[in-house]
Write a protein that binds this ligand. Sequence first.
Ligand SMILES: NC(=O)c1ccc[n+]([C@@H]2O[C@H](COP(=O)([O-])OP(=O)(O)OC[C@H]3O[C@@H](n4cnc5c(N)ncnc54)[C@H](OP(=O)(O)O)[C@@H]3O)[C@@H](O)[C@H]2O)c1
Length: 273
Amino acid sequence: MKLLVTGGAGYLGSEVCRQAVERGFEVLATRFHTPPPYGMPIHLDVRDHAEVQRVLMRHGPDVVVHTAYVQGGPAMAETIVRGSRAVAAAAHRSGSRLVHLSTDLVFDGEQGAPYAEAAEPRPLLDYGAAKLEAECLVTQAHPGALVVRTSLLYGKPGPQEALALRDDVELYTDEIRCPTLVDELAAALLELAELDVFGPLHVAAPDAISRYEFARLLRAAAGGDPDGVHGAPSPRYGSGSGRVRNVALDSSKAAGLLPTKLRGAAAAIGLSA
Ligand SMILES: NC(=O)c1ccc[n+]([C@@H]2O[C@H](COP(=O)([O-])OP(=O)(O)OC[C@H]3O[C@@H](n4cnc5c(N)ncnc54)[C@H](OP(=O)(O)O)[C@@H]3O)[C@@H](O)[C@H]2O)c1
């Protein structure tokens, strides 16, 4: 299989590439600034519609896994919305299957958790709104696209691991997520690449836990004292600095499809906080 992964140097993208190379796939890993550690690097700025078309038509991958994004800043909307639409249109034109990455933050977390695929998205944050707009444009441009919504990723040194070790931040006791091991998600994505499923699919670990509980687990696993993690309720979102509350995903549909079983954080980290 020929696989093209956008964001080949990213936290998730690099793990997808690593596992795909290990499985013997031909792997094209797109490079923006950072060189991808696995696969054949190809420069790609997803905001450049013409470059996206050129790369996909030239290489004709069987499957595109679209992870590239930025979570904030002036380039966010252009990268997430315009970039995702460009990738979807080009993947459709080149006859490639598309697995598009999205987020639990398309939901507002106020009621209805755990959210199944049929739940109505209502993002609270600009990031979630951009990801939802991208989902809609991707589905229009490539009706066969699979839209994978997932939650906080962890499992190799990254933002969650760093946050859990900081003494100067408060971790919210009422922000509920389904933290998911990046290597298990990558394995699931490679399985989904070969299945005939499309539309939104929730792919996250089954345990819904707070950011605070999650940080305790990570700190303990790193050999630290979990009681050193500072917990606090989140500010109201109306204050401008707020967060979503309970955006736990119901991933039972994916669990029924996938050979890879995603483990909850307590079981995966192997400790209890
Ligand atoms: N991480 C999480 O906890 C989480 C949770 C839910 C959903 N997701 C979703 O999972 C996906 C991957 O997340 P991640 O954490 O792996 O992201 P990441 O580590 O921040 O990686 C993002 C990648 O996108 C690349 N990129 C940025 N702008 C680009 C552009 N204009 N053109 C091409 N590439 C560009 C970056 O390249 P450079 O490094 O070279 O700048 C980087 O390789 C995202 O779609 C995200 O919405 C992530």
